[in-house]
Write a protein of this length. Structure first.
Ligand code: SF4
Length: 208
């Protein structure tokens, strides 16, 4: 079992081999060699360019700027934008910015396909709005497949729900980055819960 979250040493960051905790992944030299061999071709290009995005824009570029910088360095032309209906205004602005920077943008909303939630076994009473006859399901497999059909070079997620993002990631042919995740309560800033975990949110988060 690996428990980097419990580590107090972070010896991996300093190359201090002799101080590595007993269950440290750095001790698994054979496995590490195999892992390192995976950094080739596209993976190496992604790793190289993302390291440059990090170092050259460190604490200067916002995430959207970093995404644009990364996509340009990677020479991606066709961008897929998979977004949530609840963030459609943000998607319009995002699309405008991406087009301004010369990318071809294919965007697909979560409800694309207009498939009823009934299709996945959600009864009317379990809908977000039980009083509605028709409630469209989020269709992340559809979002991924529609973008796959356009041969996008790179897909960006904007505000997909928990689990829907899981399916999108599972089905996307193109590599993916996340611009923003969905958090309806915290203004799409889920880390706020972590920052309050020892304060006001303590009971919320540590009550089983
Ligand atoms: S990789 Fe090893 S040294 Fe680094 S955080 Fe994990 S356990 Fe600690």
């Amino acid at each position: 079992m690996y428990t980097c979250d419990l580590c107090e040493k972070y010896s991996c960051t300093k190359g201090e081999v002799e101080l590595l905790p007993t269950n440290c992944p750095c001790r698994e030299l054979e496995k590490l060699e195999k892992i390192k061999s995976l950094y080739k071709d596209e993976e190496l290009k992604i790793a190289y360019n993302s390291a440059l995005v990090e170092s050259e824009g460190y604490c200067q570029l916002t995430r959207i700027q970093e995404i644009i910088d990364f996509a340009k360095r990677m020479n991606y032309k066709k961008i897929g934008l998979a977004f949530c209906l609840g963030l459609s205004k943000e998607a319009k602005t995002f699309g405008k910015i991406l087009r301004y920077h010369g990318f071809q943008v294919n965007s697909v909303i979560c409800k694309s396909g207009g498939v009823s939630k009934n299709f996945i076994g959600i009864e009317k009473e379990k809908q977000v709005r039980p009083y509605c006859e028709f409630e469209a399901m989020c269709n992340p497999i559809g979002q991924a497949e529609f973008l796959n059909s356009q041969n996008t070079d790179f897909n960006i997620l904007l505000g997909l729900c928990v689990g829907h993002d899981t399916l999108f990631i599972k089905h996307s042919d193109a590599p993916i980055t996340v611009f923003a995740v969905k958090d309806r309560v915290l203004g799409h800033n889920p880390l706020a819960a972590i920052y309050m975990a020892e304060g006001y949110y303590n009971k919320k988060l540590f009550n089983k």
